[in-house]
Design a protein. Structure first.
Length: 499
């Protein structure tokens, strides 16, 4: 009960990056610290208090939390500086979270480091190494329900990445065309399968000069979980002595997405020879942006793929479609909406209901599940992609235990509608709202006898404290009602100071 009273008395941070990215003098080290807690009415915390929070909010139980950060960003520079002495710059980020209350586990430890990285910039290129909070894809990064392939729902893990953080205009096109690209190698440390790696790359293009009202975006991202050893693989036709290949030759195969040269050998079995090496996940992304004097509109679609049939668009219309409105007018009323996001997610097609191993496109894509990687597209118990495809443990006991025929993600055929908005009073708090409604069908392998419905809502108010410079008070409330997850209500509140 002491913990419950403590949690109710505190005011906890909404850990989206809205406040973490407050403007400050670039090149100067910035600090923040906040203390808070959560009080819940049920064993499982509401969906929108924990989704897309990089696993910093425990799934279950009331808790208290302390969070501190320290970061140095790059110095601001004009394009002309690229030819001078300011071509090089560096920075770092450290964000530590300590939660007290729920029982600490390997997937939900008491102390977490979502950010622990260093970065170096040269001209348009950046090289960084370590844990870093990020999302991958085209869309609204602040209010989205979660990008389909890489959403910021799971704890970050160590990576080395070389990329262009921003779109780089191509000089010979007179800034008509710009590109953004990245290539990374990661280590899925302390995972259910030991010694597994991540391969990641993306390439995006933009058509439209910086001063144009209309600009078009397109590209794709590609992630592969590969390698590793697990006792559950020993004696199965899925691996050689429980180990998955980590040879450089096979790495080249998974990077290009082609089949290996052999059907099987001393490095891998016929499973890899017929299905390609590794667990592949990604999306094709398209977006259209219109910028006016009073508003900015962004229409986007992320077409998800989990195998070759998705790459060949056999699973249309599966993916995330969104529309973002950004208000560019100056505050001239008591209340104004700053940003509104509407999204629709569907994952029900999956290239058809039948898996045919002899067909070119085999069907029944079974999103995020994988035979070799039994916890699929997850890290430390949390989905790396869209949070609407959730682990079995998040579902009600009747559903999670009653439908055990489809692995770690028994419910990967989902249709969800989502709305998010931020607004502010001229003299008062900034409000943040999220709400979603989903229809859940189970999987092709084990469909639910009835459609399960789920409603999840969230409302937060952030108050600037005029008498205490750089201090923010946040109050949050969330509710889950439906048939997919346990019903719950919680209050999540914090007090944060920034220097």
């Amino acid at each position: 009960m002491r913990l419950l009273y403590f949690c109710i008395a505190l005011f906890l941070l909404d850990t989206s990056l809205a406040w973490a990215q407050q403007s400050s003098s670039a090149g100067v080290v910035r600090y923040s610290a906040d203390i808070g807690g959560l009080a819940t009415s049920a064993p499982q915390n509401p969906f929108w208090l924990r989704a897309n929070q990089y696993n910093t909010t425990p799934v279950r139980g009331s808790f208290a939390t302390v969070r501190v950060s320290m970061m140095r960003d790059y110095k601001a520079r004009p394009d002309s500086a690229l030819k001078g002495k300011s071509r090089f710059d560096w920075g770092f980020g450290l964000y530590a979270v300590a939660n007290v209350g729920p029982r600490s586990t390997g997937d939900n430890p008491a102390v977490l480091l979502p950010d622990a990285y260093v970065k170096v910039r040269f001209k348009y290129l950046e090289l960084y190494g370590g844990n870093r909070r990020e999302v991958v894809g085209l869309g609204d990064t602040l209010l989205t329900s979660g990008f389909v392939a890489w959403s910021g729902n799971a704890m970050p893990f160590p990576k080395i990445q070389l990329h262009t953080p921003d779109f780089v205009p191509l000089g010979f096109t007179k800034k008509l065309i710009a590109i953004r690209a990245g290539y990374a190698h990661g280590w899925l440390i302390d995972s259910y399968i030991q010694g597994s790696y991540l391969h990641q790359k993306y390439l995006y293009g933009r058509i439209g000069k910086p001063n144009w009202r209309i600009r078009i975006y397109g590209g794709l991202n590609h992630q592969v979980q590969w390698g590793g050893h697990a006792d559950y693989l020993i004696g199965t036709p899925l691996a050689v002595n429980g180990s998955l290949s980590t040879s450089f030759q096979d790495y080249l195969s998974l990077v290009t997405g082609r089949y290996p040269d052999a059907l099987e050998n001393d490095r891998f079995t016929g499973f890899d020879g017929t299905n390609r090496l590794g667990n592949h996940v990604g999306s094709y992304d398209l977006a259209l942006e219109w910028t006016g004097n009073k508003a900015n509109w962004l229409l986007y679609h992320q077409h998800m793929y989990d195998d070759a049939s998705g790459l060949a668009l056999q699973n249309v219309p599966d993916g995330l479609t969104g529309l973002r409105f950004l208000n560019r007018q100056k505050a001239n009323s008591r209340f104004r909406f700053q940003r509104v996001v509407l999204e629709w997610l569907t994952t029900t097609n999956q290239s058809g209901p039948t898996f045919d191993p002899t067909a070119r496109y085999q069907g029944a894509d079974n999103y995020f599940n994988h035979s070799q990687y039994v916890q699929g597209w997850s890290y430390r118990g949390r989905t790396i992609g869209t949070p609407f495809i959730m682990p079995r443990s998040d579902l009600t006991p009747a559903i999670g235990n009653g439908y055990a025929g489809n692995g770690y993600y028994p419910n990967n055929r989902v249709v969800a509608w989502y709305a998010g908005a931020t607004g502010m009073f001229r003299r008062g708090p900034t409000l943040i709202m999220r709400t979603s409604y989903s229809r859940n069908f189970g999987s092709y392998k084990q469909p639910y006898p009835d459609v399960f419905h789920q409603l999840s809502t969230y409302l937060a108010a952030q108050w600037l404290m005029p008498k205490f410079s750089g201090t923010i008070l946040t109050t949050s409330f969330a509710l889950d009602r439906g048939e997919l997850m346990p019903d719950s209500f919680a209050s999540y509140v914090s007090l944060k100071k920034m220097w």
